[in-house]
Design a protein around this ligand. Structure first.
Ligand SMILES: [Ca+2]
Ligand SMILES: [Ca+2]
Length: 87
């Protein structure tokens, strides 16, 4: 259980070592970018429930929380280094 990305002010100290699967890569193209944001935004807008890639936090809802994680990672144009086989 970890929530390494809290807010913008928190200078991303967690990127050494195992940082699981860049959270927010919803469309699995190994980059977190605007296209992922669009997807999460769309799912959050309709409060998509259940298991879904847009549910970054794993609480079974796509919501603003997930969007903020995605947004955070997209901001850094993060590239996936470590992949979880089973997201
Ligand atoms: Ca992506
Ligand atoms: Ca969620």
């Amino acid at each position: 259980m970890s929530a390494p990305t809290q807010a913008y002010g928190n200078n991303f100290k967690m990127n050494s070592g195992m940082y699981r699967n860049f959270e927010g890569d919803v469309n699995q193209n190994e980059t977190v970018d605007a296209s992922d944001l669009i997807q999460v935004d769309k799912d959050a807008f309709i409060s998509l429930a259940g298991y879904d890639l847009s549910d970054i936090k794993g609480d079974e809802f796509a919501d603003a929380d997930d969007f903020s994680v995605t947004d955070n990672n997209a901001f850094m144009t993060a590239s996936v280094i470590i992949r979880d086989s089973d997201f």
